[in-house]
Write a new protein. Structure first.
Length: 262
């Protein structure tokens, strides 16, 4: 069992997108807070990256989805199915899974396809929904969850996690520029922010390095971690583009990178 940090230990499991890549797995971030292990999104390849990060699927206590695009959500099905092997008895504590409004319906539609293959005993699976129109929050034993709508899909939300010692990390999921998210991220220790494409290739519903930098500067965060890189980003000086708008500590995410907070 890994040691239990007092603050938040972030591990980037996947810094990529829907594009198959050996270097960048699809989106997923692990946060370790006390005994809790939180997964944010679970794109394809997440369970393999978890193994590389020496974390068992049975250690995961919470999964929070930013939205339902397959590169963020599709490993939910194999994750639950694997949890049932050999008989589910290795999961000792309940798994809480949450997303924006519509998440329960999303699960029901998956269940109509997969049936009992993706069901767990009722005492082992909690499903929760957060408001997708305005801020929402949830107080748990080891940490607090705050959410805000993201500018991407109808159900999209961003998450701010605060541990008992006051350490804070924000995960945007996919989003366009959003003052709601810069408010959510106000003075956070770390902002893990999507940065899909270089400035010259900007598309609606996503950020570029200079827009992500602008959002981070507005929020006055302690550190900006850019992630969710399409392949064009790896042929571009992302740091230089981000430096047009953000002067603070900056990290370009890579798979299995670890960031300690607190
Ligand atoms: Zn998306
Ligand atoms: Zn995405």
């Amino acid at each position: 069992m890994p040691s239990e940090p007092i603050g938040i230990k972030v591990t980037i499991l996947g810094s990529g997108t829907c594009v198959p890549s050996l270097k960048r797995s699809s989106c997923s971030v692990l946060m370790q807070i006390g005994r809790s292990r939180l997964l944010f999104d679970s794109g394809p390849g997440t369970m393999r990256r978890l193994l590389e990060a020496e974390t068992s699927i049975f250690d995961i206590s919470h999964i929070f989805y930013s939205h339902f695009h397959p590169d963020h959500s599709s490993e939910f099905v194999p994750f639950i199915f694997a949890t049932k092997y050999p008989d589910g008895s290795r999961r000792k504590t309940p798994l809480t899974v949450g997303g924006g409004r519509g998440f329960l319906d999303f699960y029901e539609r998956l269940r109509s396809a997969y049936g009992s293959w993706i069901e767990l005993a009722p005492d082992l699976l909690n499903m929760i929904e957060f408001d997708n129109k305005k801020s929402d929050h949830l107080q748990l034993d080891d940490f607090t969850v705050e959410t805000a709508p993201a500018a991407h899909n109808e159900e999209s939300i961003a998450y701010r996690i605060t541990s008992a010692d006051g350490s804070s990390a924000v995960y945007t999921g996919d989003t366009d520029y959003s003052e709601t998210i810069s408010d959510l991220a106000k003075k956070a220790d770390v902002l893990i922010c999507e940065c899909a494409l270089p400035d010259r290739l900007r598309v609606a519903g996503h950020l570029t390095p200079s827009l992500a930098g602008d959002l981070a500067a507005r929020a006055d965060v302690g550190k900006l971690v850019l992630t969710h890189f399409y392949p064009q980003c790896d042929k571009t000086d992302i740091e230089a583009e981000c430096r047009k708008t953000f002067a603070g500590p900056l990290v370009l995410a890579e798979d299995l990178m670890e960031i300690e907070i607190g």
